[in-house]
Design a protein around this ligand. Structure first.
Ligand SMILES: [Zn+2]
Length: 254
């Protein structure tokens, strides 16, 4: 039940994120004006903005001029819903749930924008941190585990140190947005276990390398493809949140 309700919230949040990823890179307000068709300027009302449902009814087209709005809003809404649902499944009904849903929403928006513009807007990183940090504090206090805040700080420090080294070693191959994102990811992972911070980065580099090599093979290595790294950092973090502890336990047993 919690999973279903969280997924529903994910749909609504994902719908809002479609506005965020469109406007934040253009430095436009996310609340004003309301959404309108990019082609004919039709102001979108409530019936055009029901997540997924509207898209399916209108088959991804503007109600007035029938210009295609593409499948992207649908993908964004569904992926946010899936992540919110998984988070609820993993954490159950607790203060960790809203805290980690904030992170998921931030990661979806950042990944999307990085894929499209090769940038990780600092506004989104800061807003995610500003909304997430108080929720993590509440979660730690409600669970009577204030030490988790130190764990989060340690995770953030580990992530910054590692990403800083990689940034220096890459000599400009890595954006400073990736480094700016590191403490946020490290804090969230550290809250669970500071050991997850390096695991999350490792998962990110692993998936990034696999996809990067795949792209090189697909293009037969003729062109140097710059792969945005933000989405892989995000993916690595999500994997570490859900599976990282099992991975650590596995390493420890051997
Ligand atoms: Zn239109």
């Amino acid at each position: 039940m919690t999973t279903a309700i969280s997924a529903l919230y994910g749909l609504l949040f994902g719908s809002f994120l479609t506005v965020v990823v469109d406007r934040v890179p253009r430095r436009a307000s996310v609340v004003h004006p309301g959404s309108a068709c990019g082609n004919c300027g039709l102001n979108l009302g409530a019936r055009d903005l029901v997540p997924v449902f509207s898209w399916l009814v209108l088959r991804g087209k503007c109600r007035q001029c029938h210009t295609s709005i593409g499948i992207e809003p649908l993908v964004l809404e569904v992926s946010t819903a899936v992540l919110f649902g998984l988070t609820a499944w993993h954490f159950g009904l607790s203060w960790r749930l809203p805290a980690y849903c904030v992170l998921m929403a931030g990661l979806v928006a950042l990944s999307w924008i990085d894929l499209h513009t090769r940038r990780l807007p600092r506004e989104i990183i800061y807003v995610t941190a500003a909304l997430g940090a108080p929720l993590l504090v509440v979660a730690a206090l409600v669970e009577h585990q204030p030490k988790r805040l130190w764990m989060a700080a340690l995770g953030a420090a580990i992530a910054v140190a590692l990403m800083g080294l990689i940034y220096l070693a890459s000599r400009g191959g890595m954006g400073d947005g990736d480094v700016r994102l590191a403490p946020l990811l490290g804090a969230y992972l550290g809250f669970l276990n500071p050991g997850l911070a390096p695991v999350g980065l490792f998962f990110g580099f692993l998936t990034g390398a696999v996809v990067g090599i795949g792209l090189l093979v697909a293009k037969r290595g003729t062109r140097k493809t710059a792969v945005p790294f933000g989405p892989f950092l995000a993916l690595g973090t999500v994997l570490a949140i859900f599976f990282g502890q099992r991975y650590i336990d596995f390493l420890m047993v051997r």
